[in-house]
Write a protein that binds this ligand. Sequence first.
Ligand code: AHR
Length: 499
Amino acid sequence: RTARFALDPDFTVGTVDPRLFGSFVEHLGRCVYTGIFEPGHPSADEAGLRTDVLELVRELGVTAVRYPGGNFVSGYNWEDSVGPVEERPRRLDLAWRSTETNRFGLGEYIAFLKKIGPQAEPMMAVNLGTRGVAEALALQEYANHPSGTARSDLRIAHGDKDPYGIRLWCLGNEMDGPWQTGHKTAEEYGRLAAETARAMRQIEPDLELVACGSSGQGMETFAAWEATVLEHTYDLVDHISLHAYYEETDGDRDSFLASAVDTESFIENVVATCDHVGARLKSAKKINLSFDEWNVWYQSRPNPHPVEDWQEAPRILEDVYSVTDAVVFGSLLIALLRHADRVTVACLAQLVNVIAPIMTEPGGPAWRQTTFFPFAQASEHGRGEVLDVRVDSPTYETKKYGEVDLLHATAVRAEDGSVTVFAVNRDRTAPLPLEVALSRLDLTTVVEHTALSDADPDAVNTADDQERVTPHPVDGAALRDGTLTAVLEPLSWNVIRLR
Ligand code: AHR
């Protein structure tokens, strides 16, 4: 009962695009207000950004940060969010039935990214719900044009001399979803996305554009939606989006632990759809995937916090993640890495407080959820070439996905030749012995083996017990005669570093 695979430097999947470790800041609940931005907080800087949160964001290792939504963007007037703060209007946010004060806006978002550091880059969504081509162009001109036009000079008058240089843009959000303000059919959206893309490229031909794919593989219009949208936009966009959230339902933990089976099939089905359209259009171009919302999200759990309609920054979607959630989350990261040839952008939804790896209390501390650790480790060690991993693993039965491998794994080879294996043991009760044949890789040493696992699979980190769950070192991994041997603890996320 051993799980095995072989690694070979000549058998690779593709190079990891750093933007695979992106995240997402939406005007939703407390993600922005009292999350990243809280003037008056003891750690706040002159711009009102919480420096305790900034430090954690840097440690997390996020790259592209999608903004400002999400469902929020489909009712968004970007003009409300710029200029003197006292003059900015308060607006109804239809998506989350909240009041948006606009104290944090476009300029503040760019300032936030700069403070994260050079690894952070903007990924801006335009509103194709209640708005269209003209408003997207106006935003682009305000953000990216150097100077000498009304909108670029307005940005300068607002204090930002340098253009924001936003290269990566989302053409709307989840336009296939009936809940979306301004929801459209695939035909309607495909035409609008194509016209918006064409016009935006008239200003800057080299932008990277993301068309909306499906809000989930389970959507009734899934795949037909992608095909229609791409027929309109194939030559005009670079990526199509995927969104997926998972939760344990009906106490079926075994299926929950296998959630990445759905992620991988979703990716493969979207790749097949993109390539089908490309073939029909006789195009040599390949459309890449922007998995720009993914996470564990307990959508079916009632909100434990009292919330009123049109409240400012309500406590919504503040999921507290367990060890089990972190193992599933790690497995979702593995699924993304295993498809790094086509998944070139991915955004963990979201960054702070809202289904997030970082939590805060207003006026109080900021801390790491359990899911923080797999993301930070993958972002730190998952850069380079993904090696092709085909596991030969013992299996288990699940209600949702049938027979599933107990081992879920990938491996990334860095430029210096070192290799990191990321592996999940889905077995809830038994350890899983692992053997990896490394023959043609010049590796001699196990640098470290860490695991996220716990005697209590429901253990969580909270404001009062912030470090209850952290990764721990695991003894026993060995590299002899070109074979790595290790034991994966029950229900665990593992990082094994070799050089
Ligand atoms: O991330 C939370 C929400 O999930 C986003 O606003 C929306 O795009 C998705 O449905």
